[in-house]
Unconditional design. Structure first.
Length: 251
């Protein structure tokens, strides 16, 4: 069973879907956090819904949602606002009787993985974190070009929708310098952390995974895949590893 969800985060509508298994509640729950879209949406790409369905068949309640500025959610893309969006989603899940409060996990991809680490480090309601293709920091974005040019790039993708946003391109771009998983990853402990990365990732180099793993405390696990692309949500090997790991955390 799945149902559409609309939440309020600072006056911005955050849209998502909640998938519930056909078995007795409460369920171990996974909140999935997507990355920054790099192209216009492909209607044929069922990546996150397909992932949610797979997790749900394994007995997990699953929340997928769009951060501000993406998909059906409102607002404009603003990385500094993404942690507040995720907190609003966690608050919503925490109120549900269907959610097993002792097993509320975050599963993040790319920028969503970095945001997951930042939020979980400060929110003890999160029981464990799986971070895929996670940037240790966003220096490679922050230094990618002039602030106005970077804003223009995201505007061309439909992620910045309002002509008057952002009020300051420089302050907006600074958000990429402030969201740093490497500064927060140690605080996940004593909760378990899984890092999954592709050795050939051309978007976020594999060195980011090694830096995060070195900084993290136990319990921690690092899996490096050969021949995978950046979008690990589409890689069956990665999904199998993640599901096996999530199930092991429920015992």
């Amino acid at each position: 069973m799945n149902k559409r969800i609309a939440l309020d985060a600072e006056g911005i509508t955050i849209c998502g879907e909640l998938y519930l298994p056909c078995r007795q509640a409460p369920h171990p729950t996974v909140c999935v956090c997507h990355g920054i879209p790099s192209r216009a949406p492909d209607p044929a790409d069922r990546g996150y819904p397909a992932l949610a369905e797979r997790l749900c068949r394994e007995g997990f309640a699953v929340m997928i949602f769009n951060f501000r500025g993406t998909g059906e959610s409102g607002g404009n893309f603003d990385l500094l606002g993404w942690p507040r969006d995720l907190k609003a989603v966690i608050d919503y899940l925490w109120r549900l009787d269907e959610v097993d409060k002792s097993h509320l996990s975050l599963l993040g991809y790319s920028a969503g993985a970095a945001v997951s680490i930042v939020v979980a480090a400060q929110d003890e309601r999160i029981s464990c974190v799986a971070a895929c293709a996670c940037p240790a920091d966003f220096g490679f974005v922050a230094e990618a070009g002039e602030p106005e040019a970077v804003v223009g790039h995201f505007r061309s993708l439909g992620l910045i929708r309002d002509e008057c946003f952002p009020p300051s391109a420089e302050e907006w771009l600074n958000g990429f310098r402030l969201i740093r998983a490497i500064d927060h990853v140690a605080a996940i402990s004593p909760r378990p952390l899984l890092l999954v990365h592709s050795r050939q990732d051309e978007t976020v180099e594999v060195s980011h995974a090694h830096r995060l793993y070195a900084q993290a405390r136990e319990p921690k696990e690092l899996v490096i895949l050969d021949g995978a692309e950046h979008a690990l949500r589409r890689d069956k090997r990665a999904t199998d590893i993640i599901i096996g790991w999530l199930r092991s955390q429920c015992h």
